[in-house]
Design a binder for this molecule. Structure first.
Ligand code: CAA
Length: 379
């Protein structure tokens, strides 16, 4: 049976995230976009409110929120700033492989400390020359005695270098393809790591993106999640889940685009009346609302499948591709509604467009989503 209503707990979480966004994010979003820095005070506040790393399960001491709750919260936070949401979302991306591939003991060991203070995780899969073809990773892992020794580099890593722990995907033997891959948990303090912040991004500038370099980085033998050959599959299963928050964030951006457009169209006059009176504007607004409603349904359906323990990879890819494209168009049309004013930073709509572009690229480009979707259709 399908119910289109939220539980009391979900409504409370939504209200909490809405208030958090209104008070902590919207007032500072433009400034941190300009500064190209993570507003750490927002991460601290999210931690205080239980909105950071909220999927850490109850057996570890966390809230154990489901994907549907995460999606409800994500839409609200991204409404305020997608870049800031990426900081929180990428931390969930970093802990998900531990939840999917780690033993209960490993989950306790790695995740319990993350509940004690505001801190972030990261997920290091992409490399400078291996983004979409993730199985071709060149970062090397070698088991020497009781330690894994990691050498190589990773690119485009959200929270890279800031995170307390990073799940690093590497290969013990490139010739084995995905069958030679491993997922290793690398704590921040492990020696031999360096990071280089990527600056002058088009959007999502309040998120932190870095290149990571590993030079003889040593971690204990039992920092491996699963076994040799499991790394790629753990990464794929992780992304099957974490593409849903990207979809949810996109819905949040589209909702902001719609609300800013409505607000502006009611006060801006042309030809002697508010532009909201013209069908040219009304149709744009209607299209935005159609997209938001459709996208949210897809996102929540994919999230519901995850929470039921049902297959969800195709639905997650559909939601991610559709919502990021729908939100891109909503942000684009919001600028059009605002005319020249939409093109400058005085109104938030130009930032929406810059921010949402990345949603079509990260956690698998939308072309990769279409590969995942078409494979399912052709199977
Ligand atoms: N779940 C479980 N197993 C899976 C799987 C899934 N979703 N997808 C594939 N596999 C398994 C296959 O069954 C196969 O196993 P066997 O060999 O045992 O049969 C194995 O993995 C290899 O699968 P494929 O042959 O299908 O793999 P492929 O090389 O053709 O690649 C791909 C498939 C879909 C293109 C994949 O490479 C992919 O998703 N690429 C995109 C990577 C990506 O999303 N990167 C984003 C990084 S995160 C990020 O953006 C950073 C950030 O900070 C936000």
């Amino acid at each position: 049976m399908i119910a289109f209503s939220m539980s009391e707990e979900q409504k409370q979480l939504q209200a909490l995230a809405q208030t958090f966004t209104k008070n902590e994010i919207i007032p500072i979003a433009a400034e941190y976009d300009r500064l190209e820095e993570v507003p750490w005070q927002v991460v601290e506040k999210a931690f205080e409110l239980g909105l950071l790393n909220a999927s850490i399960p109850e057996h570890v001491g966390g809230l154990g929120l489901g994907m549907l709750e995460e999606s409800i919260i994500g839409e609200e936070i991204a409404y305020g700033c997608m870049g800031i949401y990426t900081v929180l979302m990428a931390s969930e991306l970093g802990i998900t492989p531990i939840l999917l591939g780690g033993s209960e003991a490993q989950q306790k060991r790695f995740l319990a400390p993350m509940l004690e203070k505001p801190c972030l995780a990261a997920f290091a899969l992409s490399e400078a020359n291996n983004g979409s073809d993730a199985a071709a990773m060149g970062t090397k892992a070698e088991l020497i005695g009781d330690e894994w020794v990691i050498n190589g580099s990773k690119m485009w890593i959200s929270n890279g270098g800031m995170a307390e722990l990073t799940v690093v995907f590497a290969s013990v033997d490139k010739a084995l393809g995905h069958k030679g891959t491993v997922a290793l948990v690398v704590p921040k303090e492990a020696a031999g790591q360096s990071s280089h912040k990527i600056k002058h991004k088009m959007g999502q500038r309040a998120s932190h993106t870095a290149e990571l370099v590993f030079e003889d980085v040593r971690v204990p033998k039992d920092n491996i999640l699963g076994g040799i050959g499991d790394g790629f599959k753990i990464a794929m299963k992780t992304l099957d889940k974490t593409r849903i928050p990207v979809a949810a964030g996109s819905v949040g951006i589209a909702r902001r685009a719609l609300e800013e457009s409505v607000k502006y169209a009611k006060v801006r006059e042309a030809f002697g009346k508010p532009i909201a009176n013209f069908q040219a504007i009304q149709f744009k607004i209607a299209e935005m609302l159609i997209g938001i409603e459709t996208g949210r349904l897809m996102t929540w359906k994919a999230a519901w499948l995850v929470d039921q323990g049902l297959p969800h990879g195709t639905e997650s890819a559909i939601a991610k591709a559709y919502c990021s494209e729908m939100a891109f168009e909503a942000a684009n049309q919001a600028i059009q509604v605002h005319g020249g004013y939409g093109y400058v930073g005085e109104y938030p709509v130009e930032k929406l467009l810059r921010d949402v572009k990345l949603n079509q690229i990260y956690e698998g480009t939308n072309e990769i989503q279409r590969i995942v979707i078409s494979r399912a259709a052709l199977r």
